[in-house]
Design a protein around this ligand. Structure first.
Ligand code: CTP
Ligand code: CA
Length: 234
C-alpha cells in the first residue's frame, strides 16, 4: 500500500524547461559558448516537479546534474534547441526558457581543425544571427490559436541608455511572452552563484515582483506564477 502524493498546483500539467548554454561549433574541437551554469533551469525543473508537473527538460551545456524524474532531451546548438523546443511547446501547458541561447553562430561549418598558418595569416570568424526561439514559440502559439504559458529570462546590465528594468520591459514587449524574469548582472553577480535577485515582469500589467534569495526560491516564485496563470485559464 502507498499513499499518492498530495496534488500540487501543476498536477496533470506538462511543463517544458530549457536550461544551460548552447555551444556553436567553430571547428571540430572549438565552440562559441557562454557562462550559463544551468542552475536556474535545474531549480525550475525541481520546483515544477514538486508541484506535480510532468517536466521535459531540454538541456544545452550544463554544469549541474538534472533532477530525477524529468524527461531529458540533450542539445548542443541553438538550432537543435529550437527544433526540440518548438516541438515540445506544442504539447506543453507551460514553456520556461531559462537557456542562454547563443545569439550568433559561425557562418560556416568548418569540418577540419583550424591550424595556425605558416604565412602568419590568422583566421577571421564571420558570425550569423541565430533564430529567436522564444519569439518563434510565441508566434507558433499565436498561429495555433492556443498554447502554453511562456516565460522568458533576461540577464541585463544597465547602460547609458537605460536601466536594467527598462531593458527588461522592452524585451518583454518585443518577445511577446507572458512573463520575463530579469536578472541584473555585472560585477560578478548571478553567473554560477546560488544566491540571486530576480524581478518577475508580467505582460498582463501587474507590477513587477522582486525575489531575493536562492535560485530555488526564484524558481518557486516563477512556478507559482505559471500555476496561477494556468489556474486562471481553467
Ligand atoms: N532566447 C531565445 N533565442 C535566442 C536568444 C534568446 O529563445 N536566439 C531567449 C532566452 O532563452 C531568454 C530570452 O530569449 O529566455 C531572452 O534572452 P536574451 O539573450 O536576454 O534576449 P535577446 O533577444 O537575445 O536580447 P540581447 O540582444 O539583449 O541578448
Ligand atoms: Ca541574447
Amino acid at each position: 500500500s502507498g499513499t499518492l502524493p498530495a496534488p500540487g498546483s501543476l498536477t496533470g500539467r506538462r511543463v517544458v524547461i530549457t536550461a544551460g548554454g548552447t555551444r556553436e561549433p567553430i571547428d571540430p574541437v572549438r565552440y562559441l559558448g557562454n557562462r550559463s551554469s544551468g542552475k536556474q533551469g535545474m531549480a525550475l525543473a525541481a520546483a515544477a516537479l514538486a508541484e506535480g508537473a510532468t517536466v521535459e527538460l531540454i538541456l544545452a551545456h550544463v554544469e549541474v546534474p538534472a533532477p530525477d524524474g524529468v524527461e531529458l532531451v540533450q542539445v548542443e546548438t541553438a538550432e537543435e534547441l529550437r527544433t526540440a523546443t518548438l516541438r515540445a511547446a506544442k504539447q506543453a501547458d507551460a514553456l520556461i526558457m531559462a537557456a542562454a541561447v547563443a545569439d550568433f553562430r559561425p557562418a560556416e561549418q568548418i569540418l577540419t581543425k583550424i591550424k595556425k598558418r605558416a604565412d602568419g595569416v590568422d583566421p577571421v570568424i564571420t558570425l550569423v544571427r541565430n533564430p529567436d526561439i522564444l519569439r518563434e514559440a510565441v508566434e507558433q502559439r499565436t498561429a495555433a490559436g492556443a498554447g502554453p504559458v511562456i516565460v522568458g529570462f533576461a540577464a541585463e546590465t544597465g547602460d547609458p541608455t537605460a536601466d536594467p528594468l527598462s531593458h527588461a520591459r522592452e524585451k518583454l514587449a518585443r518577445k511577446g511572452c507572458d512573463y520575463l524574469v530579469l536578472n541584473q548582472v555585472g560585477d560578478g553577480r548571478v553567473f554560477g552563484l546560488d544566491d540571486t535577485a530576480a524581478t518577475i515582469l508580467d505582460a498582463g500589467g501587474t507590477e513587477p515582483v522582486e525575489v531575493i534569495g536562492t535560485k530555488a526560491e526564484v524558481a518557486t516564485a516563477v512556478v507559482a506564477r505559471v500555476a496561477a496563470a494556468l489556474a486562471g485559464r481553467g
